[in-house]
Structures are given as C-alpha cells and as structure tokens.
Design a protein around this ligand. Structure first.
Ligand SMILES: Cc1cc2nc3c(=O)[nH]c(=O)nc-3n(C[C@H](O)[C@H](O)[C@H](O)COP(=O)(O)OP(=O)(O)OC[C@H]3O[C@@H](n4cnc5c(N)ncnc54)[C@H](O)[C@@H]3O)c2cc1C
Length: 289
C-alpha cells in the first residue's frame, strides 16, 4: 500500500528505519531481527541505501522481505549520487518489479573523504531532479528528506526551506526529517514549512542516543545541534554505557510523547537495528502497536 494513502487513514504513522548489514556481515543478521520488529506492529519499515550505492541490492531484498514475509509495508531509500541515468532506471525498475510501492528519493552524500566531490558531474545534482524523474516514469509514493535545522550544506535555513518547497512541488508525497533533539526546533520548522505552502505530511525523525561517540559523530556530519542537557547526560553516563542507553530510551520516548500530544503526523524512528530498545521506547512513550 502506498504510504501517502496510509496517512489519510491514520495519524500519527509510526515507522521504523533499519539499515542493511555491512557487505561482510551475512544479510540473515537483519532477517533474524525482522520478526521482533514485526511484533511491535509499525505502520511501515524503511530500509536505508548504503552511502554511494554500496549494498544497493540488499536494500531492495530486505524491503521486499518485509512486505512478503512479514506483511508490513516497506519503503526503500534510494540515492542518485554517482549513478548514471541507466543505473537509476535499472534500480527504480527493479523496485517496481519486486512490488515495492514506496521510495525515499535522496541526492545522497559524496563518497567518504572526497571533500572536492563535484555534484555537477552526476546525472542529477539535487534530489528534486530525481523526484521529477521517478514521478515521470513510475507511480511510486515518493518521500523526501527535510532538515529541521537546515541541511548542513545550506547557508541559511530560509534558503533550504525554499529548496524544500521546490522539491515537494516536483512530486513529493510526504517528508521525513533528519534527527533533532529539541522539539521546539521541529515546531518552528513546521510553522515555516506550512507558511511557505508545503502541505504534505511531515514525519519527525527521532534518533535515540545509545552511544555517545555515535551521536557525536552523526551530529558532527549532519550539523544537528545537541542541547546542553543532553551533553550533560552523555557526560554523566560516560563510564556507564548501559545507563546511557536507558537514559537515551527515556529521552527519545519523551520527545515522541510530546510530539504526539502536539499532533505530529508521523514518527520516523531511527532504530539502529535494535528491536529491544525500540520496544522500550514505544512502551515508555505509551505507543502500542
Ligand atoms: C530521513 C532521511 C533518510 C536518509 N537516508 C539516507 C540513506 O538511506 N542513504 C544515504 O546515503 N543518505 C541518506 N540520507 C542523507 C542524505 O542523503 C543527505 O542528507 C544528502 O546530503 C542530501 O540528500 P537530499 O535528498 O536531502 O538532497 P537535496 O534535497 O538535493 O538537498 C541537498 C542540498 O542541496 C540544496 N539544494 C536543493 N536544491 C537546490 C537547487 N535547486 N539549487 C541549489 N541548491 C539546492 C539543499 O538546500 C541542500 O543543502 C538520509 C537523510 C534523511 C533526512
């Protein structure tokens, strides 16, 4: 089923994001976890696309497995960076042939360490061009990324939101935000998005803190801010990883509770492939399947 139709029937939609195991790790490691994610009854599960197209086959295989074996709707992420037009058509065609109906259309990031990467040599420089192309060849439900604090490459949030409007107008059905740790940033972002005329559903991206080093590295790359209270929390539990994980579960649950109370249309939970912690977060947030 197309996810934009699901938004018409239910709000908020609760979605899990998972990632394919690295190429040297058997794909079965994620298949084993799918039953445990299924028990939590998400509305859909999205599967990331490895940076630069690595593990691309795995994304489609896992997204198909989620639908066929577990009966849960799925969405495949797809980045166009570094892909030729033929490769893009082949990937999108395979998704269609496998029965996938939902795609998260992304530009993607340059290969790790390539600081001088020239996007203009790509078939498409920006996600809106990929969205336009997919819309012209297929009938997918198309999601796109949004950045509550502005994309890390954008000079100003205002400029990023103008680009976001252009992307939505090129055929996007709903948006999913990058992680954020202060809900006030999300509410301000929503005011700006609505005032510029973006009317599609927006799902809030929630990343639980499980490990301090991981969060510091992700926020450094993505340009997301960490509130002072969270910095103190990570310092407090520096030598106690299990207590940090528990505090991270509580924090994420608190963010979700507040968002739901304030009418959020969707929660996109970055599960980090951890079904048990995901269960704890949903329980603490008062969300049952
Ligand atoms: C929910 C979510 C899921 C993600 N999943 C993955 C994944 O599975 N795999 C992966 O590799 N990455 C993933 N990413 C990361 C994403 O690929 C990067 O953030 C990437 O740098 C931007 O992709 P985009 O689709 O948002 O790009 P775009 O929408 O193209 O935006 C990129 C930058 O270009 C600017 N821009 C847009 N249009 C124009 C224009 N016409 N002129 C000038 N500037 C413009 C924007 O303001 C922004 O600064 C995900 C991000 C999110 C939020």
């Amino acid at each position: 089923m197309k996810i934009n139709k699901m938004f018409c029937d239910k709000k908020p939609l609760i979605a899990f994001e998972i990632f394919p195991p690295k190429p040297d790790v058997p794909v079965e490691t994620i298949y084993e976890k799918l039953s445990r994610f299924e028990a939590l009854k998400p509305d859909y599960i999205s599967v990331t696309y490895g940076a630069g197209g690595s593990q691309k086959g795995r994304t489609i295989d896992i997204a198909s497995m989620i639908r066929e074996k577990h009966g849960i709707e799925s969405m495949a992420h797809f980045t166009c960076v570094g892909h030729s037009r033929e490769e893009i058509d082949q990937m999108v065609g395979t998704m269609h042939d496998k029965g996938l109906e939902n795609i998260l259309a992304l530009r993607g990031d340059p290969p790790a360490g390539d600081v001088d990467f020239d996007f203009s040599k790509n078939r498409y420089c920006y996600a809106y061009e990929l969205v336009e192309h997919i819309r012209s060849v297929n009938n997918f439900c198309i999601a796109a990324a949004a950045y509550v604090e502005g994309h890390v490459n954008s000079k100003r949030l205002k400029e990023d939101i103008i680009r976001l409007k252009q992307k939505v107008d090129s055929g996007v059905d709903f948006l999913i935000t990058q992680l954020f740790f202060d809900n006030r940033l999300f509410y301000d972002f929503m005011d700006k998005v609505r005032s510029i005329g973006i009317g599609c559903p927006v799902a809030a991206g929630i990343m639980p803190i499980f490990r301090a080093d991981q969060i510091k590295s992700i926020t450094a790359r993505s340009g997301c801010s960490i509130p002072a209270s969270l910095v103190l929390m990570m310092d407090k539990y520096n030598d106690n990883p299990d207590d940090l994980r528990k505090a991270g579960v509580e924090y994420a649950a608190g963010q979700i509770r507040d968002l739901v109370e304030n009418g959020v249309e969707g929660i996109h939970l970055y599960t980090m492939n951890r079904p048990e912690s995901t269960k704890e977060i949903l329980q603490a947030a008062g969300i049952t399947g």
